[in-house]
Structures are given as C-alpha cells and as structure tokens.
Design a protein around this ligand. Structure first.
Ligand code: NAP
Ligand code: F7E
Length: 327
C-alpha cells in the first residue's frame, strides 16, 4: 500500500485529498498542529482511516520526526496561512508559515529520502495569487509572477524553493499553481462561502444584509474536489513539473452574487448587499484566469464542476446547515 503524508489535513483541500487517497487504497497520515486542535474531530469523522501526527510547519526538527513516523512515498504540503487579507496584518507570520514552512518541509523530506532524493514525491500548494498584477491573460506556467500581498510573496518563495530543490537535489518535487477552488467545506472568511452562507441566512430570515468589499474583482473559481485529483495526478508522473490548475473561465463577485441569490429565488440582490472599505485590500488582484492546457495534455485532467453548479451546491449546503442550526 502506498503511504501519503498531508500537511494542512484540517483544511478544505486536506480533507478532500485524504478522502481521495483513502479511496485509492493509500495509508494516509495527516499532520495536525497545536495541542488539542479543535478540528481534530472533524478530520476523525470525515476520514477515520487517517492517522494524525502532531507537527507544525515552523518547527523543522518536529517535521523530521513527522516524516520518520509517516514513512511516506508521497508528501502533499497543503499547510499554510491561506487567507490573503489576513496576510497584511500578519505579514511576518505568513512569511514564516506559508513561505519558510515550505523550505522546512522540503528539507525534512530531503533528509528523510537520504541517498534516493526522488524516492519520495513532493507536492507544493502554489497559488494563482503569485500572478497578482497579471502580466498576461490567461495566466500559464510561464507567466511572469507579480505577487500583490504578503501571502502571494510567501507563495512565490515556496514555489521557487520547490523548483530549486528539484534542480539542486533531483527531488521529485512538483508545484501545482492552483486557481481559486471552493466547496461546502470552504472557510467562511473567503468570499464564495461568505456569500453562500449569507444568502442562505437571508433566505431563512436569519440575516438582513451582506457586507462586502470589492465587487469588481474577477476570479477563476473551480471545485476543490476536482483540484485535489490534479495534485495526485502530478505525483504519478515519471518527472516532476509545475502545472496550472484552473477552469479557464473568470467571473466577478457580482456574477457570484447573481448565481447565489438566484438559487434562493432572489433576482435583485442590491437591497441586501452593502460595500464597506473595511473589506477592501491594500493592493487588489483584479483579474485571474488560468490556462490549464498543460494539465489537460499531460495529466489528462479537466474540471468536472461548472461555476454555477458549484455556487448552487454551496448555497444548498448552507441552507441545510443553517436550517439545522435553528431547528
Ligand atoms: P485552508 O482551508 O486555509 O487550510 C490551511 C491548512 O493549513 C489548515 O489545515 C491549517 O491548520 C494548516 N496550517 C496553518 N498553519 C499551520 C502551521 N503553522 N503548521 C501546520 N499547518 C498549518 O486552505 P485550503 O483552501 O485547504 O488550501 C490548501 C493549500 O493550498 C494552502 O497552502 C493554500 O495556501 C493553497 N491554495 C489554496 C487555494 C484555494 O483556492 N483554496 C488556491 C491555491 C493555493 P489549522 O486547522 O490547524 O489552522
Ligand atoms: O477573495 C474579493 C477580494 O478571500 C476573492 C485563497 O484560497 O484563493 C484565495 O484567495 C476576491 C478578492 O480569495 C470580500 O477582494 C470582496 O478580490 O475569497 P477570497 P483570494 O484572495 O482570491 C487563492 C488562489 C489562494 O491561494 C488563497 O489561499 O473577493 N472580496 N469582498 C472579498 N473577499 C473576502 N474574503 N471577503 C469579502 O468580504
């Protein structure tokens, strides 16, 4: 049975990936941080087969111990401080975890792999936020990076460090440049889930308004369940490489609002939505749209869930969750 180690097991992608790997017959190990992490029960309920090992991306000696305990064939480094807005308020911490944490994982994996550096396959969760102020439309693997937030800068560091470990030590280290991907498991701080939760609550009479920032930003949104499959496909390739994972479509926050409110039968959302500068960012990423043709050609990957289907799925889930809360 192949063995996989996932950092960020308590996050949106960590859970979907763990489910995928368990279904494929892997022995899955998840790194979990902190003492008595409140999300431990969530992981245990969703994927009871996964063995949890305590560790933190800031602690390189602890990571060495985690690698020795899991003895993985594949390492998926999904752990990060991932909320872009938070990264301006906590730039140094974001740099330490989202940036330097990648170096720590690469180094712990290299030391664990010993004389056979390519024997342990490594996946790094890079991000379309690295494109920031986009220099090309659509964005591909060769587009110049121009990050616009401390999060984006930290991801660029992790991305190039992954390439550097591949080139310096011959590690099988791949980097997935994933565009925004969402699901009913998305954290409520991100705009899709903030909108779908609020729409459900407005429909149920539990909330009267939704306060947002920039409504004109455009994102290439896909379904997280599809995107973790791309991660796995990257590590099955004979050679490590970097891949853009995206739908190739872009939509504004306004279009997101159209679909979410239409799902509950509200055609005009303007009376419910207010803009507040509090949710505007010091530097915005105005437009993201990815070109996933390399992933299609080499990995045989393509997205299965369309934008409107994704948002409808999230609204339906939030209607169920919010109704259960008031029952
Ligand atoms: P998420 O839901 O925010 O999950 C982040 C995970 O990182 C959580 O499990 C969190 O654990 C863990 N983590 C935070 N600080 C840590 C630390 N110091 N040590 C170890 N683990 C730590 O993120 P996601 O949406 O699943 O994304 C997964 C990865 O893909 C992230 O690296 C993200 O930056 C990247 N990414 C995401 C997207 C997207 O659209 N979702 C797109 C491109 C790239 P706790 O529960 O303990 O906080
Ligand atoms: O913002 C705008 C906001 O926080 C999307 C992370 O997974 O994807 C994610 O980063 C857009 C931005 O995601 C609100 O200004 C308007 O333009 O949902 P988000 P993100 O910043 O794109 C990338 C690929 C990652 O790698 C990250 O880890 O929506 N927006 N009003 C708002 N955003 C939020 N959160 N809240 C608002 O009220």
């Amino acid at each position: 049975m192949p063995r996989a180690l996932i950092t960020g097991i308590t996050g949106q992608d960590g859970l979907y990936l763990a489910e995928l790997l368990v279904a494929k017959g892997y022995d899955v190990f998840g790194m979990i941080r902190g003492q008595n992490n409140p999300k431990m029960d969530l992981v245990r309920n969703a994927v009871p087969e996964v063995e949890l090992i305590a560790g933190d991306l800031s602690d390189v000696s602890g990571l060495t111990r985690v690698l020795r305990a899991a003895e993985p064939d594949e390492v998926y480094n999904l752990g990060a401080i991932s909320y872009v807005a938070y990264s301006w308020e906590n730039a140094s911490l974001t740099t330490d975890i989202t940036g330097k944490g990648v170096l720590h994982m690469l180094e712990a994996t290299r030391l664990y792999a010993g004389d056979e550096p390519a024997s342990v396959k490594f996946y790094q969760a890079s991000s379309s936020e690295m494109f920031g102020k986009v220099q090309e439309v659509p964005q591909s693997e060769s587009t110049l990076l121009w990050p616009r937030s401390p999060y984006g800068v930290a991801k660029v560091f992790g991305h190039y460090m992954t390439i550097n470990y591949r080139e310096s030590y011959g590690m099988h280290a791949s980097s997935g440049i994933l565009f925004n991907h969402e699901s009913p498991r998305r954290g409520p701080e991100f705009v899709t889930r903030k909108v779908t939760q609020a729409v459900a609550r407005i429909k149920l009479g539990l909330q009267s308004e939704l306060v947002l920032g920039n409504l004109d930003a455009k994102r290439d949104w896909g379904f997280a369940g599809d995107y973790v499959d791309a991660m796995w496909r990257m590590l099955q390739q004979p050679e490590a490489d970097d891949y853009v994972i995206a739908t190739g479509e872009t939509h504004s926050i306004r279009e997101l609002l159209d679909v979410a409110f239409e799902t509950v039968g509200i055609v005009d959302w303007a009376p419910y939505v207010r803009q507040d500068p509090r949710f505007m960012r010091p530097a915005e990423v105005d437009l993201l749209i990815g070109d996933p043709s390399k992933a299609k050609a080499v990995l045989g990957w393509k997205p299965q869930v369309a934008f409107s289907e994704l948002i409808q799925m999230m609204v339906e889930n939030d209607l169920d969750e919010q109704s259960a809360l008031v029952r």
